[in-house]
Ligand binder design. Structure first.
Ligand code: GLU
Length: 295
């Protein structure tokens, strides 16, 4: 008998940049509960592409806390830093499509350009997280860009979203909170595909990993909703399957604000040391939003 695929595969994908806190547990519960209801696979992925911010000891503690809370996940755990070749292959494919370009700009150059264009606001496209990359290197003649790369000049790689969208046409995804969502693929502008220091980016590695791991339902916080628009574009360019999405609300305090360190102990280590049980912590992490109903 051929194996029938499991109905749902979700993942929790923390970055090991610090201790596990209630916001993480909220997100992890959301992903794990989606599988509980439907039967399926629950994965843990370690998003550690940033060597300056990620630490192996945080990964160890994060897993230990999750296991103590009663979570279990399928092994082996995928650790992004072990899979740079997968991201390089995806980047090659995007380059071959002609939608990737080298970007030599420093943060300062970008900020200066935006400030200059600020005098002519129609030239500065605003995104949900601030002004978008103003396209300086997109306009470089190809030979100039190639010569600078060949000379070893440090550079990031960006996606030419306007050109990419002409290749894919209109796109959408099914969002369990919002229904069918039309992808606004230019929402974040020409996103970085590979950083200067790390030859991938959050957007590229997450999109590639979800496909490689067979994730069928991506659950993530509302704060990453904007990113999903461009991930949908990357899927279309790379010929990857399109999972369902469900963006969950963020854990709020009694005043309805996003939970922060100001609200006292949110670190699981601290709460454990105070004598809270896994059930107490899970109750706190569930928060004031019923799972499965928020948009
Ligand atoms: N690693 C991301 C974070 O810690 C989440 C990635 C995702 O769910 O797309 O916020």
């Amino acid at each position: 008998m051929p194996e029938t695929p499991n109905p749902v595969t979700t993942r929790f994908a923390p970055s090991p940049t610090g201790f596990l806190h209630l916001g993480h547990v909220h997100s992890c519960l959301f992903a794990a509960n989606a599988v509980l209801d439907a039967g399926g696979r629950f994965l843990l992925r370690i998003e550690d592409i940033d060597p300056n911010r990620c630490r192996p000891e945080y990964e160890v503690m994060l897993k230990e806390d999750l296991a103590w809370l009663g979570f279990s996940w399928e092994e082996p755990v995928r650790r992004q830093s072990d899979h740079m070749a997968d991201y390089a292959a995806a980047l090659d494919r995007l380059s071959a499509l002609g939608v990737a370009y080298p970007c030599f700009c420093s943060r300062k150059e970008i900020a200066d350009e935006i400030a200059r264009a600020g005098n002519a606001p129609h030239l500065v496209a605003m995104g949900p997280e601030g002004p978008l990359y103003p396209g300086i290197c997109r306009h470089l003649p190809r030979e100039t860009a190639l010569a600078r790369v060949a000379a070893g000049e440090a550079h990031a790689v960006r996606l030419d979203v306007a050109k990419a969208a002409t290749l894919t046409g209109p796109l959408s995804w099914h969002d369990r909170g919002r229904g069918e969502v039309a992808a606004d693929t230019g929402l974040l502008g020409d996103i970085v595909l590979a950083r200067r220091d790390v030859r991938t980016s959050y957007h590229l590695s997450v999109t590639v990993d979800d496909a490689i791991q067979g994730v069928t339902l991506v659950t993530r916080g509302e704060d990453l909703f904007h990113a999903t628009h461009v991930h949908r574009l990357l899927q279309a360019l790379l010929g990857l399957p399109v999972p369902d999405y469900h963006h969950h609300g963020l854990l709020l305090n009694a005043k309805g604000e996003r939970l922060s360190k100001r609200d006292g102990a949110t670190g699981i280590r601290t709460l454990r040391a105070q004598g809270l049980s896994p059930a107490d912590i899970l109750a706190r992490a569930t928060g004031n939003m019923p799972f499965g109903t928020e948009g």
